[in-house]
Ligand binder design. Structure first.
Ligand code: MG
Length: 391
């Protein structure tokens, strides 16, 4: 990682979300080593304003022009560029002073800024899993071209990253991501149908944004993470697996060919993987208390019931299908989750609609940003149409 001086300059994309706020908290704790130079947010002008006052970035971006204009009308006691829209987020990602870019925008909106970050050849701390799902090959291609270092921020992938960094991939039999199982993994399939938005948002272990929390309830989050892992660690489908682990203490396991199984354990807190993405290859003192396994006591593991969580099965299929399959799966899921959050569809409609839409999508290889976004948009439209027809 290039360093301007002793201070590492960080841009945070999606700064007002859960990962963004955690990142800023870590930076505050290590202000002798890190300085925020760029922030990009969606529409939470109020929270962004607070962050600007605290961190004094050189460049900020919001989704809408009107919000950026509102920010421009406010009095700031330091010089700062205020920009907006997808190009604004890309500008923050590609800002010259950045040493590390934390990409934590939710959904496909994170793709262009993530690519812009990769093209700079700097370090990318990747929390936006949807961009890897839709464009893994393209991101890998761009990062090998630019020399960018991609460090996963997702807890499971941070675990795998730590477990694999001294291992030879040929000696790895299997990489297993753990899933908490979400709020419903013990329910009967019939009880799943009509789960409310409120109960789906009530995650037993992790406190996260709404989209990812719903994805955790359908287990689609684990599906997206499997696809993400395939690209991050260059793993063939047969070397990837999932286990339900309700305590969320073991984040991933790597089975070596000699029968050793390596595991990464830590508290259930995103600050740990975020901090590592900032400090790697070094480690700094954690803000959190030690993990006390004598208090955790039991670590349970269960097989996944794919019939109950069909979106995870679709994601497994996606591992050996063309890129369009993953793009459509991700896009349709994103659209369906938003409809569920607006209470337009039932919980089980999420997978029923998504599976129908993905199965109707023409499968082809695609590896440029325009085609990826075209398939994404077109899939969303078909998903909305199906949802409209159902209601
Ligand atoms: Mg995760």
């Amino acid at each position: 990682m290039r360093k301007t001086d002793d201070i590492t300059h960080v841009a945070v994309l999606g700064s007002t979300g859960s990962i963004g706020q955690n990142t800023l908290e870590i930076i505050s704790h290590f202000k002798d080593r890190f300085k925020v130079v760029g922030l990009s947010a969606g529409k939470n002008t109020k929270r962004l304003s607070h962050q600007i006052k605290t961190y004094k970035p050189d460049i900020v971006s919001l989704r809408e022009k009107k919000d950026a204009d509102e920010l421009k009308d406010m009095k700031w006691d330091h010089p700062m560029e205020i920009t907006w829209g997808p190009e604004g987020a890309e500008k923050v990602a590609g800002f010259d002073k950045n040493d590390v870019i934390i990409s934590a925008i939710t959904g496909i909106n994170g793709l262009r800024p993530t690519l812009a970050a990769v093209k700079t050849g700097k370090r990318l701390g990747l929390a936006n899993k949807e961009s890897m799902v839709a464009a893994g090959a393209l991101i890998n291609q761009e990062s090998s071209r630019s020399g960018a270092e991609v460090i996963p921020v997702d807890s499971e992938h941070s675990g795998v990253f730590q477990l694999l960094h001294k291992e030879n991939l040929r000696e790895v039999n299997k990489v297993i991501l753990t899933a908490s199982g979400g709020p419903f993994f013990q329910l009967d399939p019939k009880e799943l149908e009509n789960q409310s938005v409120e109960s789906a948002l009530n995650h037993p272990r992790w406190s996260m944004g709404k989209k990812i929390t719903i994805d955790s309830a359908t287990l689609m989050n684990k599906g997206l993470e499997l696809i993400e892992a395939k690209w991050l660690f260059h793993l063939p489908p047969e070397k990837l697996g999932v286990l339900i682990h309700p305590q969320s203490i073991v984040h991933s396991l790597v089975e070596m060919r000699d029968g050793s199984v390596l595991a990464q354990l830590s508290r259930t807190d995103m600050k740990i993987p975020i901090q590592l993405a900032l400090t790697y290859p070094h480690r700094r003192e954690s803000l959190l208390p030690s993990l006390d396994l004598s208090k955790v006591k039991a670590l349970d593991f269960f097989e996944v019931d794919f019939k109950k969580f069909p979106l995870l099965e679709m994601a497994l299929k996606a591992l050996s299908r063309e890129q369009s399959f993953s793009i459509a799966l991700n896009a349709s899921n994103e659209a369906a989750v938003h409809s569920f959050l607006k209470k337009d569809i039932r919980f089980s409609d999420i997978w029923e609609v998504v599976i129908e839409v993905v199965e109707e999508t023409e499968e082809r290889s695609v590896n440029n940003i325009e085609d990826i976004l075209k398939i994404d948009q077109e899939t969303r439209k078909r998903t909305w149409e199906k949802i409209r027809k159902r209601n």
